[in-house]
Structure formats: C-alpha cells, structure tokens
Design a protein around this ligand. Structure first.
Ligand code: AMP
Length: 283
C-alpha cells in the first residue's frame, strides 16, 4: 500500500498509472473508517484499476470548533483496515497546510439553492467547505470516477452540481447507505455514542421506515408533523429537522407531483452527537 502525505509525489505516481490507460477512482473520506466507507472502496475497486482513498478531516466544513476538535482521528487503524480490503489502494493523508497553504478558508459557491436547505441551513458554510475540498482533490488527483455515499445525500447532489458547474470530467457515483444491525446508519460519530444511546438511535431509522409507509397515503405535511410528534415523546433523542424533499432539487415537497421522486431527510441529536439519515420514499 502506498501512503502519501504530500501532493507532488502523489501526482507523479498517478500520472504514471494514468499514462498506461488505467481508470482512476477516488473515495474522499475524513477517516475513522467503518463498513460504510469500505463499501465505497469496494465499489471503487470493482469499477476502477487504481483507487485513491483520501483521509483528511477538512476544517472548512465544520461550523462548530468543538465538533472539529472531537472528530475521531485514527489514521493507523484506517490504514490497517484498507490494507485488509486490498493491498493496491493508494492513501492520500495530507495535513491542512499541504492543501490550503497558510489560508484555511473556503471558496464561495452557488449551488443553485441546493446548499441552502437542511444541512446547509443548520451548518453555516458547510457546503462551501465541502465544495472547496472536493474541488481541490479533483484538481490534484483528476479521478475518472469519484464515489460518495447516499448517507450524505445532499452532499452527493451538491458534488454532482459542482462537477456540472465546473465542467469537470469526473463521473460521480452514489453508493447505498450501510447500516448497523439495528438499522442505524453507520457513521464515525456512532463511536462516540454510549451503548444505550447507540441502541436508542435506531429510532431514527425506524421513524424513516414508518414515514415511508405513511407517505404512501398521507401528505408530506402530515408525515412531517407525525415525525415531529414522535420525537417530542422520545426521552433520548432530539429532532433537529425532518423534511420530505424532491430528490433532484431538494426542494421541500408541498403537494405530491406525479412522476417526482421524494426522499425523507432527518437530523437528530443523541446525547450531544448529531446524526443524519435519509431514505427514498418512492419504493
Ligand atoms: P465521511 O468520512 O463521513 O466524510 O464520509 C466519507 C464518505 O463515506 C462520504 O461519501 C459518505 O457519504 C460515505 N459514508 C459515510 N457513512 C456511510 C454509510 N453508512 N453508508 C454509505 N456511505 C457512507
């Protein structure tokens, strides 16, 4: 396994691979790897000859310094996990100055409204930070394909928009959400939950399942109110938002339109840990 902390030797190595016609895949991560990340790596390995996994906790996408500070950093363990997955993966684990120089700031993007709802509404500047780092990675690595999880569905749609706006020749591949046995979406943040909270947090998934069922016969407003009431009665979890939105535009669904696809999105706190999840409602 090759591990790079600096971009120049990485670029040189990738150029030699690409010149022989290999397809290059990128899996961007913030580390603390789990089965969710590994499912992206697996898919990338199936579709590409060369796979780069980036491991970088990107400071510009955190609006909460406490959250950034507490974010788990487990590079050695991550590398071991990736070694088990495949010995031919290339790891790119730079530090902030290697990517940002001495100005750790975001570029400003116009994602045509995708950035102003849900995560964008509750996490100030988050998607400018995501856009900045992914643009940097795409410029340095020049992948043919990049793999992102539907776990962060809004992020996935924003990256698609980013590549459209910048006309980048990279295919964005969305990968399904990996879940724990309880149904809780896998996340690096789950490690910070107490075992009781981790068990209780499956309520998020179960509520999504029930809302999908309800949405078959009820309006988006009805389902939303039902979810709010369910959380009001919950002793452990605090709802931040629940929204039913059009899958493509991420605009809140008011009235169900024929032919449109909808998705339910949720953010909730268990202890002081923020968890997100989502689910398609049309199947
Ligand atoms: P992160 O390290 O949290 O930035 O995640 C890196 C990538 O892994 C993102 O594209 C996430 O959407 C994806 N990811 C994280 N958790 C999951 C999961 N449970 N299932 C599928 N993809 C995931």
């Amino acid at each position: 396994m090759q591990i790079f902390k600096e971009k120049q030797p990485l670029i040189a190595t990738l150029q030699s691979y690409k010149s022989t016609g290999n397809t290059l895949g990128l899996v961007p991560t913030m580390g603390a790897l789990h089965q969710g990340h590994l499912s992206l790596v697996k898919q990338a390995l199936q579709e590409c000859e060369i796979v780069v996994v980036s491991i970088f906790v990107n400071p510009t996408q955190f609006d909460n310094p406490n959250d950034l500070e507490k974010y788990p950093r487990t590079l050695e363990q991550d590398i071991n996990l990736l070694k088990q997955a495949h010995d031919n993966i290339i790891v790119f684990a730079p530090n902030a100055s290697e990517l940002y120089g001495d100005k750790v700031i975001s570029e400003q993007f116009d994602f045509q409204g995708l950035e102003n709802v849900m995560e964008g509404k509750y996490r100030n500047g988050h998607f400018d930070g995501v856009g900045t780092i992914i643009k940097l990675f795409f410029t340095i690595i020049e992948p043919d394909k990049a793999f992102f999880g539907e776990k962060d569905f809004q992020q996935l749609q924003i990256i698609r928009k980013l590549t459209e706006i910048l006309e980048l020749p990279v295919e964005i591949v969305g990968c399904p959400i990996e879940r724990e046995e309880s149904g809780l979406a896998r996340s690096s943040r789950n490690e910070r939950l107490s075992s009781l909270s981790r068990e209780k947090a499956a309520f998020i998934y179960n509520t999504l399942l029930k809302s999908r069922e309800l949405f078959g016969t009820k309006s988006a407003d009805y389902v939303t109110q039902w979810v709010i009431d369910e959380f009001k009665n919950h002793p452990f979890l605090e709802l931040e938002y629940f929204e039913i939105a059009d899958t493509r535009t991420l605009k809140k669904a008011n009235r169900k339109q024929k032919g449109a696809n909808y998705r339910a999105f949720i953010a909730a706190y268990a202890d002081d840990i923020r968890l997100i999840d989502n689910m398609p409602l049309n199947n």
